[in-house]
Design a protein around this ligand. Structure first.
Ligand SMILES: Cc1cc2nc3c(=O)[nH]c(=O)nc-3n(C[C@H](O)[C@H](O)[C@H](O)COP(=O)(O)O)c2cc1C
Length: 381
């Protein structure tokens, strides 16, 4: 297969679907409820139209972005994806390596399948750490200490899982970790030999960062433990202030969709927020992140760094988010589809695709620097 066989994220998704067992693919691809929020994320971008402007010299174009003192080479980074090595072995290390080589941020999930220490070693200047705040508070403060000691640059605290959502595909697939080796699942895996061989070679994925605490979090099934380690029904401003006090670097709050929550993030001392609906995996009737963005920018845009993920699949989507006031953009599934389809080279392929499309869009709308994007580049009906 040639690179031109995969011109879009959907092309990569289709190939990944053929190579990954259904159970793991559905875990990656699926969302909450009837998945209306996943569709809304895409529709939100489709509803925004860019305004082409010509008769301008656009021969030189820049898409580098500076955040917290580091200039990244592309306007997009990798969102945290828990349990990623189940989807394709070594996803975490492939994407962290790609991020270092290509000079973009990579965010390691608290429920990632590679340790904080290993990722910090691979990408010392590009690794960010995403924290969940489980009921057992001490776990969160332990993880913070480890992330700091390992040299993680930026802390991302995810706040959009007060309780687990209902992900119908996972429920229908009877998704537990480790797998229950039912005849259906054995058949599923047997039909995906490259995944099965790679998983055999790399060992069963596990929640590397949580090993010391997992028994404490939930007895029994480790998927149940993972959920217990993710959900934070008691996370309020007071607890968030204590987290802020325990982290002396840049701190972002991820999962913000309303101006009110954005103001709360500011009150507790966050440096920035990630406008996100968790890729449609939490509240199925939530707004798309791109439709939530403008009001949040109006409310706190002058005083906080505002980033966005959820539904980004093209360079045009990235440009639209910047036009609406985002300071940076992330994607989760796009990069993982890339690895699922193409293995180690997949992350870079996705990044190249995004960068090329951003570059083309900038030229077409007559903008030479991503830093200059704004509402004037949007079509006003
Ligand atoms: C399989 C999967 C696992 C995820 N795990 C986490 C996680 O551990 N922590 C977190 O903050 N967000 C997690 N997310 C949400 C992503 O960080 C991100 O918000 C989302 O994927 C963005 O939407 P997109 O996939 O449409 O780009 C996960 C998303 C997926 C698809």
């Amino acid at each position: 297969m040639k690179a031109t066989d995969f011109l879009t994220i959907d092309d990569l998704r289709a190939r990944a679907k053929k190579r990954i067992p259904k159970l793991a693919f559905d875990y990656l691809d699926g969302g909450a409820g009837n998945e209306a929020n996943i569709a809304r994320n895409r529709q939100g971008f489709a509803d925004i139209v860019l305004c082409p402007e010509y008769l301008r010299d656009v021969s030189e174009r820049n898409q580098k972005v500076t955040l917290f003192g580091h200039t990244y080479d592309a306007p997009i980074g990798v969102s945290p994806v828990g349990l990623a090595n189940l989807i394709w072995p070594k996803v975490d290390t492939y994407l962290a390596t790609m991020a270092r080589e290509q000079n973009i941020p990579y965010t390691l999930s608290a429920v990632g399948t590679t340790s904080i220490e290993r990722i910090a070693e691979i990408a010392p200047d590009h690794a960010w750490f995403q924290l969940y705040v489980p009921g057992q508070e001490y776990i969160c403060f332990e993880l913070l200490k480890r992330a700091k000691a390992a040299g993680m640059k930026v802390l991302v605290v995810t706040v959009d899982i007060p309780v687990p959502s209902k992900r119908m595909r996972d429920l229908r697939n009877d998704f537990t970790m480790p797998f229950k080796m039912t005849p259906k699942i054995i058949w599923d895996i047997a039909r995906k030999p490259s995944w099965a061989l790679a998983t055999l070679a790399n060992g069963k994925p596990r929640f590397e960062n949580m090993v010391p605490y997992i028994d404490d979090a939930a007895a029994g099934k480790s998927l149940g433990a993972a959920q217990a380690l993710q959900v934070s029904p008691t996370l309020d401003e007071e607890l968030m202030r204590r987290i802020r006090a325990a982290w002396d670097g840049p701190m972002l709050i991820k999962g913000i969709l309303s101006p009110g929550s954005a103001k709360a993030a500011k009150r507790v001392g966050a440096d920035g927020i990630i406008v996100s609906n968790h890729g449609g995996r939490q509240l199925d009737s939530a707004p798309s992140s791109i439709e939530a963005l403008p009001r949040i920018v109006d409310e706190v845009g002058d005083s906080m760094t505002i980033m966005l993920d959820s539904g980004v699949r093209t360079g045009g989507d990235i440009v639209k988010a910047y036009c609406l006031g985002a300071d940076f953009v992330f994607s989760g599934r796009s990069f993982v589809f890339g690895v699922g389809a193409l293995g180690e080279a997949g992350g870079q392929h996705v990044l190249n695709m995004f960068a090329e499309e951003v570059d083309i869009a900038l030229a077409q709308i007559g903008c030479t620097d991503i830093a200059n994007l704004g509402a004037e580049y949007l079509w006003q009906p």
